[in-house]
Write a protein that binds this ligand. Structure first.
Ligand code: GDP
Ligand code: IMO
Ligand code: MG
Length: 456
């Protein structure tokens, strides 16, 4: 087992929860590094289905320490509900640890999330309504309330009053009462008090003794605040770098970055989605894959696998291996399409062929060594042609996906236990992904259960 980051390579809901649970068996610590209850990680174990929003998916293995990292935003009421639900199902939450640095989501964040979405009108993001954006705004504005603050009543009171006043214009008609929020948060905090600690230090001490850590991401690369399809993103860094900042783990401690991708693409919420299918195939994928949101119940938009974004994910996250999820869902589709490039303004943006970058005459390169000149060839933001995943949302919206057609397979693959026993067409599909991305598919998932997992 290596210290592994689990990162969504698409727009979330790739199956991070299932793979975290699967790999957790050989780990000592499972730590969530970002996001909050916008996440919904479903883990199926026999007849039990667990829907986790805040608690790491490692909790379903006894004896693992499960950490809610400092990069998270936590609604204490929801956290306690989730803990109670797990306990009711016989899952112990005694090994949970909560970073004292994590920020709190308070009732006014949810109110503001809703108001802001209404104000955006047709440009709405389609947030999960969990108050995520407003809580991270407070964090960045340096007025956020951290878990540790709640245990010092004077500090908590001062910060809460400041925030309440500061947001008065937005929340004045919400019926929220400061004193009520204060007393309930203090009550919740008493319950979590034994679990709160310096989780970065805990991880460091454990790693020094040889403990292995899974860093469980939420959301996905295309929802990352900096590298996603901004502004149709979440408000945190869901990419692999977020594991370092969200947990206080130095980058060189990361030994593996497991990119989780579905065998097709889904997205919930608004924003561009080049390979989206608005036809009966898209509907079939939605039905067979049960593509409805875990947190909001919304329909997920479905489409073909987009290798342009997967390759982008490899670059941003340093993905060392893929877990290819829900391959079983594609069974029965006669022809499958793999998107390998985009076309924009009629000129194909081909990964393998296009080589147009900065206009060299526009820049002084006299003092640059050759390797730097070459590196700049492909990354001009205003280039006449685009080779990589475009940075401009408008360009992305206007891109037409170009596909390579592949044969599908008709027989059920959900009981297959090894790569060599998969149908030839399914193997070819996997090999095509590896050839394009130059990254091995290390895990193939053919059903939601633990034993429907092929490891190569
Ligand atoms: P996460 O947010 O990345 O953890 O993903 P979600 O849990 O939101 O969505 C993945 C859904 O697919 C869950 O309901 C899983 O139980 C289910 N699932 C995971 N892997 C497979 C698979 O290989 N095949 C099928 N049919 N379902 C899967
Ligand atoms: P998991 O961890 C899929 C999406 C929302 C919306 C955007 C912003 O289960 O993969 P937010 O509430 O974060 O401000 O919403 O991000 N989104 C997700 N989509 N899976 C998730 O988490 C998501 N978390 C946020 O739908 O488009
Ligand atoms: Mg999910």
């Amino acid at each position: 087992m290596k210290n592994t980051v689990i990162v969504g390579a698409q727009w979330g809901d790739e199956g991070k929860g299932k793979i975290t649970d699967y790999l957790a068996e050989n780990a000592d610590i499972v730590a969530r590094y970002g996001g909050g209850s916008n996440a919904g990680h479903t883990v199926v174990i026999g007849n039990n289905t667990f829907k986790l929003h805040l608690i790491p998916s490692g909790i379903l293995h006894s004896g693992k320490i499960c950490i809610l990292g400092g990069g998270m935003v936590i609604d204490l009421e929801l956290l306690l509900q989730e803990m109670d639900n797990l306990e009711k199902k016989g899952v112990s939450t005694g090994n949970l640890r909560i970073s004292s640095n994590a920020h709190l989501i308070l009732p006014y964040h949810r109110v503001i999330d809703k108001i802001q979405e209404e104000r955006r009108g047709s440009a709405k993001i389609g947030t999960t309504g969990q108050g995520i954006g407003p809580a991270y705004v407070d964090k960045v504005a340096r007025s956020g309330i951290r878990v540790i603050d709640v245990f010092d009543e004077e500090v908590f009171d001062k910060k809460l009053r400041f925030n309440f006043e500061d947001k008065n214009l937005l929340i004045k008609d919400s019926g929220l009462i400061l004193e009520k929020i204060k007393s309930s948060v203090i009550k919740y905090a008493e319950r979590i008090k034994p679990l709160v600690c310096d989780t970065s230090l805990l991880i460091k001490e454990a790693m020094d003794k040889g403990a292995k850590v899974i860093m469980e991401g939420a959301q996905g690369t295309l929802l990352d605040l900096d590298f996603g399809t901004y502004p149709f993103v979440t408000s945190s860094n869901s990419t692999a770098g977020g594991a370092c900042t969200g947990l206080g783990i130095p980058p060189q401690k990361i030994e593996e970055v497991m990119g989780i991708t579905k065998a097709y693409t889904t997205r919930v919420g608004t924003g561009p989605f080049p390979t989206e299918l608005s036809d009966s195939t898209g509907e079939k994928i939605r039905q067979v894959g049960a593509e409805y949101g875990t947190t909001t119940g919304r329909q997920r938009r479905c489409g073909w696998l987009d290798l342009v974004i997967i390759k982008y994910s490899v670059r941003i996250n340093g993905i060392t291996g893929f877990a290819l999820m829900k391959l079983d869902v594609l069974t029965g589709i006669e022809k499958l399409n793999l998107c390998t490039s985009y076309e924009y303004n009629g000129s194909q943006i081909n990964y393998h062929a296009a080589r147009i970058g900065f206009c060299h005459s526009e820049r002084s390169e006299e003092s640059q060594p050759e390797i730097l000149r070459d590196a700049q060839d492909d990354c001009g933001a205003f280039d006449r042609k685009i080779k990589e995943f475009p940075q401009s949302l408008r360009i992305l919206e206007e891109c037409t996906p170009r596909y390579e057609e592949m044969d599908g397979w008709q027989e059920n693959i959900s009981e297959v236990k090894s790569f060599s026993l998969l149908l030839p067409a399914a193997r070819k599909y996997i090999t095509a992904i590896e050839d394009f991305t130059k990254v091995p598919v290390k895990i193939i998932s053919v059903g939601p259960e633990r034993n429907q997992t092929i490891v190569r």
